[in-house]
Design a protein around this ligand. Structure first.
Ligand code: MN
Length: 435
């Protein structure tokens, strides 16, 4: 990166980025897939107020310094081929993009192609960054697990396995969508009275879950081959915000003994810009030491260099009447990537301890990230304590769970003293009534 961290692109002339582009400076350069302005699905890089069309860059020879196979992968419509190239290729492409977009470089800025390769970031449609082959969601925040556990098992909130392994379930890749896609309230089996019979009803207790996602890359491991915790760090390409929309009434009736099923398979939203693990490296925080009485993880989950990411997260909600009146969404809670008990590296290592194959484009979710405070709870189940402490929106209405027309917005910034902010952008979804 150039010494100042500044770019010649509008909205990124300071290292932090400006205005609507805060956090999209030269230090970030997240990648994603998009279409629009008469151009079919393709990859791009967000820089300041603009999106750099990677297909156009490859076509015109702007990226000719890169290996042919990297150029070919960047000319595709999804990230999967690029993800498969592995971390050395990712680092090479990132360094070249930082050089071309840095303020001291005129190569792209002064080229005839520049106007055509850089488009305003607002006029286009962001898509899923990759074809997601498999999706697994974890449960790695101790505050979330303790809060939810204590609602159902007051004397024994954490199950005996919780501090020994990152608990997870296999989610549904076919219903992972990009931010902005509508969230249709699901139907499902619910039980009104504790011992009553089930009936098929619209979900009444619809919830969001504030999570970080990890996009897996690198060469797929063979079936039977484990990925160690150190190697796992090199197999994570980058991170997104993830909303694991959840139907709590469906979940309560169906979750035992095999875990969530229809309560979580109807939709999962992710933010479209993948913030590269390499960009996030300076925002790593060493794993907190286990306190006395807590078990040390087994050897395969242990790494002195292991880390969490200092990403400041928030959830905001707006009702349809609020949006009609131009009232901004209300931030209802804040938490941090450092509130996790297990790292993404440990999640990936544990995922493969049985020899499970992980392919480029697989998605991991951290689980709801909650902090210790009452205003740091990452879902409504916790925030309203099962609906016993409703929150009040600026339009005067109360929420125990989500209503039709509500929009949920997740936001995130990587933050560290003396370093530019890195934005994750937003992950949005508006709840629609049952079809
Ligand atoms: Mn979840």
């Amino acid at each position: 990166m150039t010494a100042s961290g500044a770019s010649w692109v509008a909205g990124a002339r300071s290292a932090d980025g400006e205005g609507k582009s805060e956090g999209f400076g030269l230090a970030n350069l997240p990648m994603g897939a998009w279409s629009g302005e008469g151009r079919g699905a393709r990859l791009g890089v967000r820089i300041g107020d603009s999106i750099l069309d990677l297909h156009r860059c490859v076509e015109s020879g702007v990226l000719a310094r890169l290996d042919r196979r990297i150029q070919d992968a960047l000319a595709k419509s999804v990230l999967n081929d690029y993800l498969g190239l592995g971390h050395a290729a990712w680092a090479a492409a990132r360094a070249e993009l930082q050089r071309l977009l840095g303020e001291s470089c005129g190569e792209l800025r002064d080229a005839a192609i520049a106007k055509d390769a850089l488009l305003p970031a607002w006029g286009i449609t962001m898509r899923l960054p990759c074809d997601i082959g498999d999706y697994t969601d974890f449960y790695a925040s101790i505050h979330h697990a303790t809060n939810v556990g204590s609602m159902f098992r007051p004397t024994n909130p954490l199950m005996p396995n919780w501090k020994h392994l990152p608990v997870g379930y296999h989610g549904r890749a076919s219903t992972v969508v990009a931010s902005g896609a509508a969230v249709r309230r699901p139907m499902g089996q619910t039980v009104q009275a504790d011992d009553g019979p089930p009936s098929l009803t619209p979900c009444r207790l619809l919830d969001y879950e504030l999570e970080l996602g990890a996009i897996v890359g690198g060469q797929a491991n063979e079936i039977g081959q484990r990925v160690g915790v150190v190697e796992a760090a090199q197999r994570i390409f980058g991170h997104v915000l993830l909303n694991d929309w959840s139907a709590r009434d469906l979940q309560k009736w169906e979750y035992q003994p095999l875990g969530p099923f229809t309560a979580k398979n109807f939709i999962t939203s992710i933010s479209p810009w993948v913030v590269m693990a390499e960009a996030l490296a300076p925002y790593r925080v060493p794993m907190p030491a286990r306190v006395e009485g807590d078990p040390q993880p087994l050897e395969y989950l242990r790494w002195d260099g292991d880390f969490l990411l200092d990403v400041r997260l928030e959830v905001a909600i707006s009702s349809a009447p609020m949006r009609e009146r131009g009232v901004p969404a209300m931030v209802v809670s804040r938490s941090r990537g450092t509130d996790l008990w297990w790292s993404m590296n440990q999640m990936l290592a544990h995922h493969t301890v049985s020899g499970c194959r992980m392919r480029p484009g697989d998605l991991l979710g951290s689980g709801t990230i909650s902090g210790a405070g009452e205003d740091e709870r990452g879902c409504l189940l916790e925030l309203t304590w099962r609906g016993t402490k409703p929150i009040t929106l600026p339009d005067g209405t109360e929420r125990k769970f989500l209503q039709d027309g509500d929009e949920v917005i997740l936001r995130g910034f990587a933050v560290r003293d003396g370093l530019p902010k890195l934005s994750f952008g937003e992950c949005r979804g508006i709840v629609l009534p049952v079809a």
